[in-house]
Design a binder for this molecule. Structure first.
Ligand code: U5P
Length: 296
């Protein structure tokens, strides 16, 4: 697909003059490999919308709702319709073993939802692992023809404020809200050298959250393919990485740097109090009783 064009700003669009001297100084908004770190105040939402809207992009969103997790779909989808890529063509792909429990949601124009039936599982670790495989096969079967960008999101979450095209990029990751104040030796990376997700103590950029992977469909395809192969290699050696696919994702992103990094505004946790650098919470994981929702 070649619909992603250069960034063209419409003529006569009025917006605040950009400054090279004044901006946010309380947070870092660029990585050492010069990828933007997206924070409130580092982009102009009106300008960004006006650049991306004329491209007529289609965004794919995959979400898994297996077993009792179907109960999270209603809020996830309702809040996505309010805040997520508003005004863009959207294709939700809902993977579930309970298609009859998928709520009917009023979708605005240009937005579609398809339900794809997948087997259930008694082990949540396995559900987590199979996500990579299912995303990969669905990209092969349809998403690569149906969308330009893809976001793979956790369902036990809600949108609270704008999440727009400022988040688009070739390969997009989000900084986990739990570890951004810590040194890398304290990140919960997989630390056993026998695992293909292994990261030594003196390596690592950020700790990325497994609740979101995004980017060009083909870049996310490669990521899921590599992570799944490694996951299976580990399984063959009876190893399960510390945080399953999140560990494999972190390892992948250490050596395949993301082209855009989303600040923890884009992945918060409802049990965590807002910190001063987070001006707006855009998306957060809801508080859930694991004993209640997980199969075991
Ligand atoms: N998930 C399910 N059902 C389960 C466990 C996990 O659908 O029984 C999917 C959900 O999309 C969830 C994601 O958001 O895997 C990550 O799981 P967790 O780490 O939030 O439990």
């Amino acid at each position: 697909r070649s619909r992603v064009r250069n960034m063209v700003s419409p003529e006569k669009l009025l917006y605040k003059q950009p400054s090279v001297l004044v901006g946010r100084t309380d947070v870092v908004s660029v990585t050492p490999w010069l990828a933007p770190i997206v924070w409130e105040g580092t982009f102009d939402p009106v300008l960004v919308d006006n650049i991306y809207k004329p491209m007529n992009l289609t965004i794919a969103t995959t979400v898994f709702a297996i077993g009792k997790y179907v109960r999270f779909l209603q809020d996830f989808l309702d809040t996505a319709e309010k805040h997520f890529m508003v005004g863009f063509n959207m294709r939700y792909y809902v993977f579930t073993d309970r298609p009859h429990d998928v709520p009917s949601v009023n979708l605005t124009r240009g937005r579609h939802l398809s339900v794809i039936q997948v087997p259930g599982s008694n082990r949540w670790q396995e559900i987590s692992a199979r996500r990579m495989e299912i995303i990969q096969t669905t990209i092969e079967r349809q998403i690569r023809r149906e969308a330009d960008y893809i976001f793979c999101l956790d369902v036990d979450s809600k949108f609270h404020a704008r999440w727009g095209p400022e988040s688009l990029g070739r390969l997009v990751a989000v900084i986990h809200p739990g570890y951004y104040e810590q040194t890398r030796d304290r990140f919960p990376y997989e630390r056993r050298p026998a695992s293909t997700a292994y990261i030594p103590m003196d390596e690592g950029d950020y700790y990325y959250g497994g609740a979101m992977i995004g980017g060009f469909v083909e870049d996310v395809y490669t990521l899921t393919k590599v992570c799944q192969t490694r996951f299976e290699e580990d399984a063959g050696n009876s190893i399960e990485a510390a945080w399953q696919e999140e560990s494999h994702l972190n390892r992948y992103l250490l050596y395949n740097k993301p082209s855009k990094v989303l600040s923890p505004e884009y992945l918060w946790q409802d049990f965590k109090a807002k910190t001063k650098e987070v001006k707006v919470i855009r998306f957060s994981g809801v508080i859930k009783n694991y004993a209640d929702v997980r199969p075991n």
